[in-house]
Design a protein around this ligand. Sequence first.
Ligand SMILES: NC(=O)c1ccc[n+]([C@@H]2O[C@H](COP(=O)([O-])OP(=O)(O)OC[C@H]3O[C@@H](n4cnc5c(N)ncnc54)[C@H](O)[C@@H]3O)[C@@H](O)[C@H]2O)c1
Length: 391
Amino acid sequence: MDYSDSRHKPHIIGKVFIAVFLIVLCILITKKSPDPSGASLLSLHVPGATHVLVTGGAGYIGSHAVLRLLKDSYRVTVVDNLSRGNIGAIKILQALFPEPGRLQFIYADLGNARAVNKIFAENTFDAVMHFAAVAYVGESMLEPLRYYHNITANTLVVLEAMAAHGVKTLIYSSTCATYGEPEKMAITEETPQVPINPYGKAKKMAEDIILDFSKNSDMAVMILRYFNVIGSDPEGRLGEAPRPELREHGRISGACFDAALGIIPGLKVKGTDYPTRDGTCIRDYIDVTDLVDAHVKALDKAKPRRVGIYNVGTGKGITVKEFVEACKKATGADIKVEYLSRRPGDYAEVYSDPSKINRELNWTAHYTDLEKSLSIAWRWQKSHRNGYGSP
Ligand SMILES: NC(=O)c1ccc[n+]([C@@H]2O[C@H](COP(=O)([O-])OP(=O)(O)OC[C@H]3O[C@@H](n4cnc5c(N)ncnc54)[C@H](O)[C@@H]3O)[C@@H](O)[C@H]2O)c1
């Protein structure tokens, strides 16, 4: 008896110890406050549900892409350092899709490789849409190193994390600025890429890195080269709200709206002697709703070991004068226009040949009425004078 008792005691003590340990663990787990975004749900694969990492999802185009992905039942993780994006856009998206496990926001800088790796280790992504970037041509001339770092080096960080964690699909945001100043219009995907500013060069280098990596991997890659993006969500939930300090580098639509709102005295059109139909520069304006549709189609058609490169534009060139007229009609404001001499580095004419994306991804631009796109964007601008700050 004595013998058998002394033999069983440690065994029983061990069992009691394990039971106590498990009870304490259960208490700790159940006491842990529930995560309202259902972030832990996004760390698991859900069969049939694609989980997309959207870098730069708090920005203008990224937030519109997140809205579309969520509407189409994708699960989304946004990573953004909010250097240029808006947490207000994320809050709107979270209010629209509050179900746990649909959308999580992670505040992080893509330049921080350790943070990026941790994000990939803690989540199970099926695909990455890499929008995050600084994106102003003028600023890139003043701060080239910032552009090479933010665009080229950070793309490398994202690719390395994808490779290390087995994420096999990449949709990359590139730009027509990678073509530079082509002699022949319209621009096809075969038009030589000779970028003429650090923004275009940094994007071209990022493309090259992606292409080189893809040669020896089974990654599915889609590179989308956007032309000039305009417009906003037709249902008025999201808009374009760059930081006020970036206005000086801003794009023509932002400047038109600022002039219509009286934030700036008027518009300065630089160059009236270009060899175009009215002497002002010609550009190809693509509505953001069509652009995000191209992303979803690209994601759908992405195939392992295949690279797709596509221009995303309307194929229609519009002059600056025509743009300003459309903006005047859309806003109803008599925008003052000052005509000045050419700005160095501007090219006369840029428009896309979108036939490859039409053919291969079955994508066509539908929002091709410039005045209508601007009216939609203007509605949001008018009711959000402080951007996402306060209406
Ligand atoms: N807007 C256009 O007309 C246009 C045209 C061609 C290509 N693009 C490309 O589309 C993408 C999105 O542009 P956008 O107009 O929405 O710009 P945006 O500035 O509105 O959005 C970019 C987002 O990326 C985030 N970001 C920047 N650096 C980051 C970093 N290091 N880490 C984490 N987040 C970071 C910003 O905070 C912001 O939310 C960019 O890659 C841009 O080059 C835009």
